[in-house]
Structure formats: structure tokens, C-alpha cells
Design a binder for this molecule. Structure first.
Ligand code: B12
Ligand code: SF4
Ligand code: SF4
Length: 390
């Protein structure tokens, strides 16, 4: 089979797996991305994503190290713009926001099945090397996808695919087959700065294309295993897993409703969970409820921590008992954030809600042994100072 026929066959195999977007990149070192990624790490902008060492970043910008003898990378995408339900009815419980990519089935599982099958077919049919990855593998997928002309790198740092905008998830198969590469697109964001303005924490640099993960709600709600910096919490709104603010503000692909069916949320609870209900989950109930979903990544304590913040920002008087109850949670991380959430919610509500909140915090402080949780309760009490009452 000649190389053009091989290329056509590989593309049609990927399309048959359900990928509407398939492009080919040459498997050369992505120099610009390597320089940008190493600079991001050196400047601390990758936060404490410990696995992203210089070594990892160098490997992840060289497909030849991902697969020995790689000549090409097949880059694929699945769209998920429509994976959301209509806004919850007014008067219901306070609900958290889950990033759209995580509202349905875990996309890693969806991609893995398809990409492993594609790689196996390439190995079998062409007697060539082939290795698949999605997200966690040592390959930087956005710059690769841009190189392959699947989209362009937006100011939000998202890969924007024509017709779909940022609402695509990426995966790749590196192969030793020498497939003709696609051309990068000649597109850019122009003068648009909507995502920069929309980001609640200022995580995107004013000129774009540079993200500070230390400020990013997505980083903190998903990857951070410890306390959320106090100065950021009020900016998190109701996000409990990920953040889509720089995606929903983007005009590119804004009218797309195309979603791969597995990414549709099962119900309202999956897309926008009842926040007070989350605070009742123990380890077993958490594992049972989120099995097969990306939310597992936050772990039980991380998700409850996020729910405490969201309730502080977006809850109502009905949620004061849930936050008060969480002051007695088994995890210090949750207790400390419950203190912040209770103080913030009571302060927002004001009036007669302040005294019971203070009493609950003082009662907990009297028996709290965790030094960090004590600090949080003390800070929460001082935020409830009398001059704020009324
Ligand atoms: C770690 C990670 C994160 C971290 C940190 C991201 C960061 N930039 O610091 C956190 C947890 C914050 C995160 C958040 C999100 N992520 Co994420 N994440 C990744 C992961 C695993 C690695 C990306 C990374 O950090 N690279 C390091 C940075 C420095 O490089 P980069 O952003 O990949 O690429 C930049 C450079 O290469 C540079 N560049 C390239 N060429 C050149 C040339 C020149 C000259 C210059 C100056 C720069 C330059 O520009 C690129 C864009 O800024 C990838 C999967 C993967 N294996 O690639 C998914 C991935 C990027 N994430 C993805 C998604 C969906 C998200 C979220 C939308 C999830 C959510 N809703 O909460 C948010 C979006 C936040 C945002 N605005 O980027 C998708 C993006 C799909 C798309 N269409 O772009 C990916 C590709 C996963 C996937 N398989 O689909 N993510
Ligand atoms: S995911 Fe949210 S916090 Fe992170 S850069 Fe986008 S808008 Fe900002
Ligand atoms: S919102 Fe505007 S600047 Fe940001 S990524 Fe989309 S098109 Fe680019």
C-alpha cells in the first residue's frame, strides 16, 4: 500500500471509531511548545503538578521519545459542546457547577477504548509501531493538535477547533508510519479578549496564551490536594469540579451543540449536584456515586472541600445546617473549608444568621485539634466580626 493510501486508511479507521476530527502531525520535536512549557515550569506557573518535571516536558514535546521510531502522530478530537442540561428550576437546592467535560462518562475511558483499538489495527494491518495516549501520557496534546491543523491555540490556551471552538477533547496515536502531515491553520483570536476578561481569578495573562495554574479554578478544584488559597475562594463561585468560564465566553464554536453521546450527563444531579447533599458523602458513597466519572480525580475530601466553598459563595439560609454539620467532618481539610464557607454564607446573609454561626465555630474551636483547621476557624470567626453585622 502506498503512503497516501495508508494515510487515507488510517484516517478512515479513526473516523470509524467515531472521531469527527482527525489530523496528522509530523513526529518532530515541538520546539516552541517545549520552550513555552519549560518557561511555565521555571516561573512556577504549573503550580505543584509534581509529575510535570523538566524531563516530562521535554519528553512530552518529542513524539520520538513517546514511541521509538515515530514518524507521525494521528491527533483526534471528540466534541462535547452540548453536554449540559438546562438551568435548574428556581427555588430548588443550591447546586454546584461541574465542568461540562466531566458531566458524563469519564472521557479517558471513552478515548482509551477507541485509541487502543486504532493503535492495534495500525500495528496489525501495517506491521508498524503505534502507541496511544489521552491526557495523562507524555505528549502535550494542544500544541500537537495545533501543528496538525486540528485547530489553533487560543488566548485561553485552549485548542480552538473550527466549528467546535474549545469544546473538544483530544487524544493521539503516534506511529512509525510515515504519513503526510496536515498543515497548521492560519487562524488566530485577533483582537478578542473575552476569555481574559471572563476568567474570575485573572489566571490568563492579558495578552493570552499564558496560563497561571496557581490561579486557575480548574487546577485547584481538580488537582490541588490541600487547602485552597483563602484569597481565591470567594472567586470560585459555585464551581465544584473544573471551570468552564474561559470556554463559555469564547465566541468560537459558541453555537455548537454537538456532543459525543457518552459525554451527556445522566441527569441534573450529574451536571449540577445538590451541594448540601455532597457534604453527606462518606468515602464509600463517594466512590459509588462517581464511579466511571472524571470527578473521582478530586477524591472525596477534595470534592467536599470544594462544596464548602461553593456553599459559602452561592448557598442560602437552608444550607447553614449542612455547613455547620461539616465542621464535624472526619477530614481536617473539610472542617477548615466548612468554617470558611459558614462564615462567608452567614456574612452574606447577615442579621440573625451571624450569632448561630459564631456559636457553631466557637464550639468547634473548643475541641479542634488539627492546627490548620484551628487557624481556619479563627480566621472564620474574625471574618464574622461584629462590625460586619446588620
Ligand atoms: C496539566 C493540564 C491542565 C492543568 C494545567 C494547564 C496549564 N496550562 O497549566 C489544569 C488542571 C489547570 C488544566 C485545566 C484545564 N484543562 Co487541562 N490539561 C492538562 C494536560 C494534562 C497538560 C497540559 C499542560 O499543562 N501543558 C503545559 C502547558 C505550558 O502547555 P500547553 O498548555 O499544553 O500548551 C501551550 C504551550 O505549548 C504554548 N505553545 C505552543 N507552541 C508555542 C509556540 C510559542 C512561540 C509560544 C510562545 C507558546 C507555544 O501554547 C500552548 C497553549 O498555551 C493536558 C493533556 C496533555 N497531555 O496535553 C490537558 C488538556 C490541555 N486540558 C484540557 C481541558 C479540557 C482542560 C479544562 C478545560 C478542564 C476544565 N473545564 O476545567 C481546563 C482549561 C484551563 C485552561 N484555560 O487551559 C484539554 C484541552 C482541550 C482543548 N480543546 O484545548 C486537554 C488537552 C486534555 C485532553 N486530552 O483533551 N489542565
Ligand atoms: S478554567 Fe476558569 S479559572 Fe482557569 S483559566 Fe479558565 S476561566 Fe480562568
Ligand atoms: S475568547 Fe476570544 S481570545 Fe479567548 S480563546 Fe476564544 S476567541 Fe480567543
Amino acid at each position: 500500500m502506498d503512503l497516501e493510501a495508508a494515510r487515507a486508511r488510517v484516517v478512515s479507521l479513526a473516523e470509524a471509531e467515531g472521531f469527527p476530527l482527525v489530523r496528522i502531525a509530523a513526529a518532530s520535536v515541538i520546539e516552541g511548545a517545549r520552550v513555552a512549557a519549560l518557561a511555565a515550569r521555571a516561573e512556577g506557573r504549573l503550580a505543584d503538578l509534581g509529575w510535570m518535571t523538566d524531563e516530562w516536558l521535554e519528553r512530552s514535546t518529542d513524539p520520538g521519545r513517546f514511541l521509538q521510531g515515530a514518524r507521525s502522530v494521528v491527533v483526534v478530537a471528540l466534541p462535547y459542546a452540548g453536554a449540559t442540561l438546562s438551568a435548574p428550576e428556581a427555588g430548588g437546592p443550591a447546586r454546584g457547577k461541574v465542568a461540562r467535560y466531566a458531566a458524563g462518562r469519564d472521557y479517558h475511558r471513552v478515548f482509551e477504548t477507541k485509541l487502543r483499538r486504532l493503535a492495534a489495527t495500525i500495528r496489525g494491518e501495517f506491521e508498524a509501531g503505534a502507541r496511544a495516549t489521552v491526557d495523562y501520557g507524555p505528549l502535550l496534546e494542544r500544541p500537537l493538535a495545533a501543528l496538525a491543523g486540528l485547530g489553533w491555540l487560543g488566548k485561553s490556551t485552549m485548542l480552538l477547533a473550527p466549528g467546535f471552538g474549545p469544546w473538544v477533547l483530544l487524544g493521539a496515536v503516534a506511529t512509525t508510519l510515515d504519513l503526510r502531515p496536515d498543515e497548521p491553520l492560519k487562524k488566530s483570536c485577533g483582537s478578542c479578549t473575552r476569555c481574559v476578561v471572563a476568567c474570575p481569578t485573572g489566571a490568563i495573562a492579558p495578552d493570552g496564551q499564558v496560563l497561571d495554574a496557581r490561579l486557575c479554578i480548574s487546577f485547584h478544584t481538580i488537582e490541588n490536594r490541600g487547602p485552597i488559597p483563602r484569597e481565591l475562594r470567594a472567586k470560585f463561585g459555585a464551581w465544584v469540579f473544573g471551570c468552564d468560564d474561559c470556554l463559555t465566553s469564547c465566541p468560537v464554536g459558541a453555537r455548537s451543540t454537538v456532543t459525543y453521546p457518552d459525554f451527556d450527563p445522566a441527569d441534573q444531579e450529574a451536571a449540577a449536584p445538590d451541594l448540601a447533599g455532597l457534604l453527606l458523602l462518606d468515602e464509600a458513597a463517594f466512590a459509588e456515586r462517581f464511579r466511571g466519572r472524571a470527578i473521582m480525580r478530586a477524591k472525596r475530601d477534595g470534592l467536599l472541600r470544594n462544596a464548602c466553598i461553593a456553599l459559602g459563595n452561592a448557598g442560602s439560609a437552608d444550607d447553614l445546617p449542612a455547613l455547620t454539620g461539616a465542621l464535624g467532618d472526619g477530614a481536617g481539610l473539610v472542617r477548615g473549608h466548612a468554617a470558611w464557607g459558614l462564615s462567608r454564607l452567614a456574612t452574606r446573609l447577615g442579621g440573625g444568621h451571624l450569632a448561630p454561626a459564631r456559636a457553631a465555630l466557637e464550639n468547634r474551636l473548643a475541641i479542634e485539634h488539627d492546627p490548620w483547621a484551628r487557624e481556619e476557624i479563627e480566621a472564620a470567626l474574625s471574618d464574622l466580626s461584629p462590625r460586619r453585622e446588620g
